[in-house]
Design a protein around this ligand. Structure first.
Ligand code: SF4
Ligand code: SF4
Length: 435
């Protein structure tokens, strides 16, 4: 059985044991909270613009903020109730204080009238119809990048292949696994709608070899389908990064500062495909999604949550007291939160509570072992970039390809001298952006 892989990266020790905390758990639907906090800043582009006012009554699925420009996205109410605030009330998971729409839940769960379609009707939609649905539904990449989905399908460049990313290489996260396990058919139909929208003739569903059960489920579901193939990948971090995925599958490179569409490829997360299927067939915008809540807690599980629910409404007090570290997103690429008064946004697919972070030794001198260079999946020289940053040579960073760094943290992880290479590189990127 062929298994794909990319050059660089590393195997995270104990990753499967961490995933095993939640792979067999039931999906939990939490009690609806009294208040929902929906930041206007949930996507890569500009914050969305509110279309409701304080005091308005809203229903589940109702548009409450509209996109502001191409890289922005619509936002919809995830509970029914009253708009109580539109203000800078709360930090969203990136740490930024974000203007948010606060809905007071009336617990009536009133929904807007959704426009539904049979699969047969949906398969006859035009590419423009589907891109319009993506836009209306407020779809963004649910793998964490929050790149607005319709932008990928704008048709400015020819697409021949759509790849669905079901790799999920973060050690604790199993939300994508849960989607693939429970919604195989919707994920496949979502991919078919993406292929119609892009004009692509080929689709791939990419799964790591630590999820053989879902790999087999998809292979069986697609037996006889010659347009969509299921590809198996060796478990390695960061296999889920889109450029590494493309490199492993096709042995092709996305150009420096370019996008996969520059070589005729679109990559989307499996969760985005499921959400597109819901939008096309059920008429439902993106109001809920799957989330792994795990770590040093009593009941690690996968949840299906309304977007805008606070971490506080999902976590047990005892678990919070027992742990010092609260991570949003993932152990490797997620961010540490200083408060549980943070809302779940479209891009958050895991919340992890840990007693502490792994202790890193004191930073020593570089011993020129080349481990960071050998393992960098973006083929960079992290040690050189770090030296440039340390010597304030910011203007030279571009020449050494700093923009290609995907911030996977592999270099810091493998460095025997405990040099926080990624921290230096992030600082260099920030300094470059400021200039
Ligand atoms: S330089 Fe960037 S891409 Fe390369 S290993 Fe370090 S964090 Fe990952
Ligand atoms: S891994 Fe660390 S010690 Fe080795 S070359 Fe890179 S920076 Fe130097």
């Amino acid at each position: 059985m062929k298994k794909f892989s990319f050059k660089g990266g590393f195997h995270i020790h104990g990753s499967n044991a961490k995933k095993a905390l939640t792979t067999k758990s039931q999906i939990i639907i939490p009690k609806d909270p009294d208040y929902l906090y929906l930041p206007l800043n949930q996507q890569l582009g500009r914050p969305s613009i509110p279309v409701v006012e304080i005091g308005d009554q809203v229903k589940v699925g109702q548009l409450i903020a509209t996109k502001d420009g191409n890289f922005s996205a619509n936002i919809h109410a995830s509970v029914s109730g009253t708009i109580e605030h539109i203000d800078y009330m709360i930090n969203e998971p990136s740490g930024q204080l974000s203007k948010s729409i606060v809905i007071k839940n009336d617990f009536n769960n009133l929904e807007v009238d959704y426009i539904t379609r049979t699969t047969e009707e949906a398969m006859k939609l035009t590419p423009k119809n589907i891109v319009d649905i993506m836009e209306e539904a407020g779809l963004v990449g649910l793998g964490g990048a929050t790149f607005p989905t319709p932008v990928k399908y704008s048709g400015t460049k020819k697409c021949n292949t759509v790849i669905l990313n079901g790799i999920e290489c973060e050690p604790y996260n199993t939300a994508d696994y849960t989607i693939m396990k429970n919604h195989c058919k919707e994920v496949i139909r979502g991919l078919k709608y993406m292929m119609i929208a892009s004009g692509a003739s080929k689709g791939f569903i990419c799964i790591e070899d630590n999820k053989m059960d879902v790999y087999e489920t998809f292979r069986q579901a697609l037996s006889g389908d010659t347009d969509i193939l299921v590809a198996l990948f060796k478990e390695k971090y960061p296999q889920g990064a889109e450029k590494q995925l493309i490199s492993a599958l096709f042995n092709k490179e996305v150009p420096y500062c370019g996008l996969p569409i520059d070589i005729g490829i679109i990559v989307n997360n499996v969760g985005t495909a499921k959400s597109l299927c819901d939008a096309v067939e059920l008429g439902k915008p993106l109001t809920h999604h799957y989330l792994t809540i795990t770590g040093n807690i009593k009941n690690p599980s996968n949840y299906y949550v309304p977007i805008g629910i606070l971490f506080q409404d999902l976590l047990e007090d005892d678990d919070l007291k027992r742990n010092k570290v609260l991570l949003a997103g993932g152990l490797m690429m997620g961010k540490a939160m200083y408060t549980e008064m943070t809302p779940v946004t479209k891009g958050i697919n895991a919340i992890i509570l840990l007693e502490d972070l792994p202790q890193v030794g004191q930073e020593l001198t570089c011993v020129r072992c080349s481990s960071c260079v050998d393992n960098c999946p973006a083929f960079l020289s992290p040690t050189t970039l770090t030296q440039l940053v340390k010597n304030n040579r910011y203007d030279d960073l571009d020449e050494y390809g700093i923009v290609a760094c995907i911030e996977c943290g592999t270099c810091s992880y493998v460095c025997p001298s405990h040099i926080p290479l990624l921290d230096y590189i992030r600082h260099g990127k920030l300094e470059l952006r400021r200039r």
